[in-house]
Design a protein. Sequence first.
Length: 147
Amino acid sequence: MKQKEFIAALDQPRITAAIAVAEGETSGEIRVHIQPKAIGGYARYVAERTFERLGMTKTALRNGVLLFIASEENSFVILGDKGIDEKVPAGFWDEIAAMLTIRFKNGEFTDGIVEAITAAGQQLKSYFPRAEGDVNELSDEIDISEE
């Protein structure tokens, strides 16, 4: 599916709202990034560079989560910052990734992304509960790159 078709099929306000709701229960920061391809097929590497470019390594508790989507390759990476990786068990993101894979195969992109955001927020809540005076450190808007 071409990137423009993928973006047109998304309910972006619903996704942004899901991020705001999830972040309302955790100090974690959740971002969604969409680009056509993971240049060279190294999705994890490209996701890591995107994570840094979006300033996600600069959160106070290093508890950002990036849902990186390569729309034309129908692939994604869920990446957590080191503050999360230091606290959570191995395979922490596997269940969310499996759920998202099924939704994407069924063409249920918005539902899959919203479900993944909601599940990530629920998981983060137990490790990083929202504290009094917590500030939203990163934008909730979807980051879209044309290349």
